[in-house]
Design a protein. Structure first.
Lengths: 371, 57
């Protein structure tokens, strides 16, 4: 009992110091943008107002309970109304609420002002990954969970950034206003990065907005914050915030890669090249449902290894990958993957795990079909 | 009329003196209070909207 009390007292002292509370990880982070700092200060100001109100109200209550207790012969006062007291206890909360609403509204106005952005990024939620498109820059990619399945199953030791690591992070410049446009391809997701104080729902058929101007370079991690299906926990967000020159160099490099990829559509591809490329695409996009060895997990996710319908009908197979199958969990990959990736993954699934059909699907024929 | 408006405005705040309450309940019909309440309610919304536009606009 005594140790419990000591621990409790220690805990309360911890809460008393907001710096320690911050270090303990219980509090929201101050973050790395001016706006996140402002939101943090607002949160702390309102927190302390609540603490003061709580101490006063419960202090008066406990004092009265003790001082005027029945065993000391206290008699309850019996009166019906007191207009003055009622006006006071209505006016004080009114003033407190208005007092909190004024700074809160000023901050809200800033949050909802994405004007004068220097860079626009379209963020699309998908079951279960994020897709980032740098609008007007010809750069777009998917950001998939990079944590190995073996760690998730418990066969391997968990890594340092378990479920908070991706194959391709979002790269952003510091000191520039970046506007995000959010949408979704399927269900509602939410893009949440605590260090930016940004948590925005992504709604299919709608565009929502938010923005950041990051002050410090670094790696910032977040998660989907809207329950979106079985792999909701497996679509993390990783943002690399880099110096402006570094960002410009990165963007130029990505643009070059995109141009090369576009040229690759027209040339003839060998089976081996497509298999190699397709294995990568399969691992990051398909394996979470159809499994690494193509065994699937029936009935929701059919096996692809030895799938007779798929192997017998190449055109149907292409249609399933490009357009999805309505009424099932199979989504359309028309916008998620480019023609090279689509051709590679179709070729891969037709030749891996003993499927050995020998079919080679060229990116050019996929590109034609997409038009 | 002024008495009705005063009662409705006090009701907006959620406080009323007992004498005034008794007086109000002596009137036969609540219609005057309902109409005044709706009109003043709309007026309050309009005032808030104007203030919001003035501050944020």
């Amino acid at each position: 009992m005594r140790t419990l009390l000591v621990r409790l007292a220690g805990g309360l002292t911890l809460v008393g110091s907001s710096q320690v509370a911050l270090a303990s990880g219980w509090n929201m982070p101050v973050g790395v943008t001016d706006l996140s700092r402002e939101i943090y200060n607002l949160h702390m100001a309102i927190f302390w107002i609540c603490v003061v109100i709580g101490v006063i109200v419960f202090g008066v209550m406990f004092y009265s309970l003790f001082r005027y207790r029945h065993s000391k012969g206290a008699k309850a006062a019996n009166f019906h109304e007191n207009t003055t007291v009622e006006i006071i206890w209505t006016a004080i909360p009114l003033l407190i609420l208005v007092g909190m609403a004024i700074p809160a509204t000023a901050t809200l106005k800033k949050i909802y002002d994405p004007s004068d952005a220097e860079l626009d990024v379209l963020v699309t939620g998908q079951q279960w990954r994020w897709r980032y498109e740098y609008l007007g820059e010809d750069v777009a990619f998917n950001s998939n969970l990079a944590t190995p399945r073996a760690q998730i199953r418990g066969d391997e030791e968990r890594g340092e950034h378990y479920l908070l690591e991706v194959d391709e992070p979002l790269v952003l410049p510091i000191n520039r206003k970046v506007r995000f446009l959010f949408t979704s391809d399927d269900v509602i997701h939410a893009w949440w990065v605590p260090d930016f104080a940004v948590k925005q729902d992504t709604v299919p058929g709608f565009i929502t907005e938010n923005w950041v101007r990051i002050n410090e370079p670094g790696i910032y991690r977040g998660q989907c914050a809207e329950l979106c299906g079985v792999d909701h926990a497996f679509m993390p967000i990783v943002v690399h915030a880099v110096e402006e020159e570094e960002f410009d160099a990165w963007l130029a490099e990505r643009q070059e890669m995109a141009a090369e990829e576009a040229m690759g559509i027209d040339r003839e591809w060998e089976l081996d090249e497509l298999m190699e490329r397709g294995e990568g695409v399969y691992g990051s996009i398909c394996a979470s449902c159809h499994q690494v060895e193509g065994e699937g997990s029936p009935p929701a996710f059919p096996a692809l290894a030895g799938n007779e319908q798929m192997l017998a009908d190449l055109e149907w197979h292409k249609d399933v990958i490009i357009n999805g199958v309505s009424g099932t969990a199979m989504p359309s990959f028309r916008t998620t993957l480019n023609p090279v990736e689509l051709a590679a993954v179709i070729t891969y699934t037709r030749n891996a795990w003993g499927n050995d059909s020998g079919d080679v699907v060229q990116p050019a024929e996929i590109a034609e079909r997409l038009e | 009329m002024w008495g009705v408006i005063k009662s409705v405005l006090w009701a907006f705040l959620g406080v009323q003196r007992d004498e005034q309450r008794r007086e109000d309940f002596e009137k036969g019909s609540p219609l005057a209070f309902i109409i005044t309440g709706v009109v003043l309610g709309l007026l309050l919304v309009a005032i808030l909207a104007v203030v919001a536009v003035w501050v944020a606009g």
